[in-house]
Design a binder for this molecule. Structure first.
Ligand code: HEC
Length: 170
């Protein structure tokens, strides 16, 4: 009888140990997504910006575009700045991302101020150079923002852009 009681105690101790081990390995497993690269987290669509996007009217947009390729002067200068500074070397010709993140996603999340600070100061420790020394960037950063916003909204096509009053088809 005494033996059985001891056995029962040992058994329940084992069960407790097994259960806590299971709980421990579970919490270790659930902690691993935190290790996924920041870029994946940044690319996750953020419902807040989606809401504000659908609420926004055409007049809220920082750019004007017709046929996906004809844009206002400011946006056109933004695109020229993009080309002149070769941002595509790191972010891709269609802003789809290379060593730098896909800006079509980033612009859904970044505020205009955050965008400004990022391109002016860069994030040198992460491979994004500062562009505050570029006159073209200083003169046209708002156009650059407008251009990338239009790309991010899917309103402006990748590739060559033309002035709004241009007769060019493509
Ligand atoms: C030498 C490569 C390189 C060049 C050239 C470059 N970038 Fe970047 N850029 C990066 C990297 C890498 C990051 C990511 C930094 C980080 O992890 O925070 C980045 C980040 C950014 C971000 C922030 C994105 C986000 O999701 O937070 C913006 C905006 C940006 N770059 C715009 C530009 C523009 C505009 C130009 C051209 C004027 C440019 N970059 C040129 C490498 C580059």
């Amino acid at each position: 009888m005494k033996f059985h009681k001891t056995l029962a105690i040992v058994m329940s101790a084992l069960l407790v140990a097994a259960a806590s081990h299971a709980a421990l390995s579970q919490s270790t497993a659930s902690a691993s997504p935190a290790d996924t690269p920041k870029r994946t987290a940044a690319a996750t669509p953020d419902s807040k910006s989606a809401d504000s996007k659908s609420a926004g009217s055409q007049s809220d947009k920082p750019y004007m575009v017709v046929d996906g390729t004809k844009v206002d002067q400011k946006t056109l200068m933004g695109w020229r700045t993009w080309r002149a500074l070769a941002c595509e070397r790191c972010h891709g010709a269609a802003q789809e991302g290379l060593v730098g993140p896909p800006l079509v996603e980033s612009l859904k999340r970044l505020t205009k101020q955050e965008f400004h600070d990022t391109i002016m100061n860069g994030r040198p420790e992460k491979g994004m150079p500062p562009f505050s020394a570029s006159k073209m960037v200083n003169d046209n950063w708002e156009g650059l923002y407008a251009y990338l916003k239009g790309r991010s909204d899917g309103q402006i096509k990748p590739g060559h852009l033309y002035p709004l009053d241009s007769d060019k088809k493509k």
